[in-house]
Write a protein that binds this ligand. Structure first.
Ligand SMILES: Nc1ncnc2c1ncn2[C@@H]1O[C@H](COP(=O)(O)OP(=O)(O)OP(=O)(O)O)[C@@H](O)[C@H]1O
Ligand SMILES: Nc1nc2c(ncn2[C@@H]2O[C@H](COP(=O)(O)O)[C@@H](O)[C@H]2O)c(=O)[nH]1
Length: 206
């Protein structure tokens, strides 16, 4: 599917910092919106329905799958997560850019549907630092952290399928890298292409 808006997909092992990076990116870029996924995971302490996720029960999720409501969905760490069509379709058609914070399985499904989507994988600087970030965040009990650390080993093996790999050691450096990737894609596509077309018309070059 080709759309006027750009689609960016950010994946990472849990705790690598993708939500923090995407949040910071959105604050700097008013043309970018994050897609709100549906999940069967219960909300964490500060999470609000419709802000971090749409929290739904598994039967409702399964019904949505059957109705074809998702562009992609996957089971991650024992819960179901999905990107609904209504979350992103209209925005992309309107020429606005969208970022998805999803796991690697979803990212590969999106690439098949949207070949121009830019896949970005965030890596932590070390396994020790990943564990510390999960512990410092203080949102997940030890068994959940253990599962996420074990899954992280499998997830990082998928980074080779992504267009870019960003290492989130120093936060500001990783944010700079993300901004550069978004900018590079815009130079290649949509927004700049449209303004180029306007200049070409004005100069009678078309
Ligand atoms: N560069 C960094 N240096 C130190 N701490 C960081 C850095 N980036 C993020 N963090 C911290 O690490 C923790 C995990 O970050 P975050 O919640 O953004 O991860 P995530 O990849 O979105 O995880 P999940 O997939 O579980 O939602 C947070 O407490 C965040 O403040
Ligand atoms: N395939 C999808 N993965 C998703 C989606 N929304 C979030 N995620 C990923 O799930 C894990 C766990 O998230 P958490 O909020 O419970 O820590 C993480 O890798 C997310 O990126 C989605 O719509 N589809």
């Amino acid at each position: 599917m080709d759309t006027p808006g750009n689609l960016f997909v950010v994946a990472a092992p849990s705790g690598a910092g993708k939500s923090s990076l995407v949040k910071a990116l959105l604050e700097l870029d008013s043309h970018l919106a994050v897609s709100i996924s549906h999940t069967t995971r219960p909300p964490r302490g500060q999470e609000v329905e419709g802000r971090e996720y749409h929290f739904i029960e598994e039967p409702t999720f399964r019904d949505m799958v059957m109705e074809g409501a998702f562009f992609e969905w996957a089971e991650v760490h024992g819960n179901l997560y999905g990107t609904s069509r209504i979350a992103i379709e209209q925005r992309l058609q309107d020429g606005e850019d969208v970022v998805l914070e999803i796991d690697w399985q979803g990212a590969l499904q999106i690439k098949r549907l949207f070949p121009n989507a830019v896949l970005i994988f965030i890596l932590p600087p070390s396994w020790d630092e990943l564990l510390q970030r999960l512990q410092r965040r203080g949102e997940d009990p030890p068994p959940v952290i253990e599962t996420r650390m074990a899954n992280a080993r499998l997830e990082v093996a998928q980074a080779k399928h992504f267009d870019y790999v960003v290492i989130n050691a120093v936060f500001e450096t990783a944010l700079f890298d993300l901004k550069a990737i978004v900018h590079a894609q815009r130079l290649k596509y949509s927004r700049l292409r449209r303004s180029k077309a306007a200049v070409f018309r004005a100069l009678h070059l078309d």
